[in-house]
Ligand binder design. Structure first.
Ligand SMILES: [Zn+2]
Length: 271
């Protein structure tokens, strides 16, 4: 089965990423990621950018597209026009397939007016806005901003904009499922639910209750054409994570979740 990884981070040889990759049993190099992609039949990946809004600094290998990432500094009032123009420059490029925002790390609610011009731009170019939701990897982040419930507000107020709820709001799964089920312009990605180089059998044994809850809310949401596989590379072991998601999603939907939905949602070319 061909796979598209709809959520990775890519910064080869960058030291903090290299440590995370090692923890997951990987190396943070172009050669290594190519090998892992080939071994697992991953034909394409979507990079969640967070380095720069400069198009020339968002250059990735050919088998990757990217979402232009907006960090906290992109919302300073006096720089507003600059960032709006830069994001539009990216969206005009074929390889830029969306915008990524990081509420929780950025201390604004998703329905804060600072984001509105970017939601409108995304609608203009018919490219989605991917939103970090749920747990945060840094203690200075704030969960109230990454909680998925306010995605309902923007899904309603920006009906022409498509949103991707990254990480399915984990662990706020119930609210994430309610928001996605209600709003057809919201999709989810299942990246980053586990970290590291875990033992699959052991994980399923020790986390039986969590697995049941996760399956329950995916099933409640129920639209398997709006669910995408993603890993959140470099945080997790790719081979094991693919196996994990295969066990969570009913087999008849694998082709959609692992491949077809990403083509549709991010407007990718068929591979
Ligand atoms: Zn991520």
């Amino acid at each position: 089965m061909k796979i598209i990884d709809a959520h990775i981070h890519c910064c080869f040889d960058f030291e903090p990423f290299s440590e995370t990759a090692a923890f997951a049993g990987h190396k943070n190099t172009k050669e290594h990621i190519e090998k892992v992609f080939a071994e697992n039949n991953i034909v394409h990946a979507v990079v969640m950018g967070n380095i720069s809004v400069e198009p020339s600094e968002n250059k990735y290998p050919k088998n990757m597209s990217y979402c232009v990432g907006l960090d906290s500094n992109c919302f300073e009032k006096d720089k507003k026009e600059y960032f709006i123009n830069k994001v539009e420059e990216n969206l005009k490029l074929r390889e830029c397939v969306g915008i990524k925002i990081y509420p929780g790390y950025c201390q604004y609610y998703v329905n804060d007016e600072v984001y509105a011009p970017f939601y409108e731009l995304a609608a203009k170019y018919n490219k989605p806005v991917a939103i970090h939701t749920g747990a945060l990897s840094r203690p200075d982040g704030k969960l109230k901003y990454s909680h998925p419930i306010r995605i309902d507000d923007i899904a309603v107020d920006f009906p022409k904009t498509r949103f991707v709820m990254c990480h399915f709001g984990n662990p706020f799964l119930q609210e994430a499922a309610a928001v996605a089920e209600k709003n057809s312009n919201v999709s989810i990605d299942l990246s980053g639910l586990i970290e590291g180089n875990f033992d699959l059998e052991d994980y399923f044994k020790k986390n039986k209750y969590y697995i049941n809850v996760l399956k329950c809310w995916i099933n409640y949401f129920g639209d398997y054409k709006r669910i995408m596989y993603g890993s959140d590379w470099p945080i997790v072991n790719i081979k094991k994570y693919i196996e994990f998601i295969k066990r969570i999603i009913p087999e008849k939907y694998h082709e959609y979740v692992f491949y077809k939905n990403a083509v549709e949602i991010y407007g990718l070319e068929e591979k």
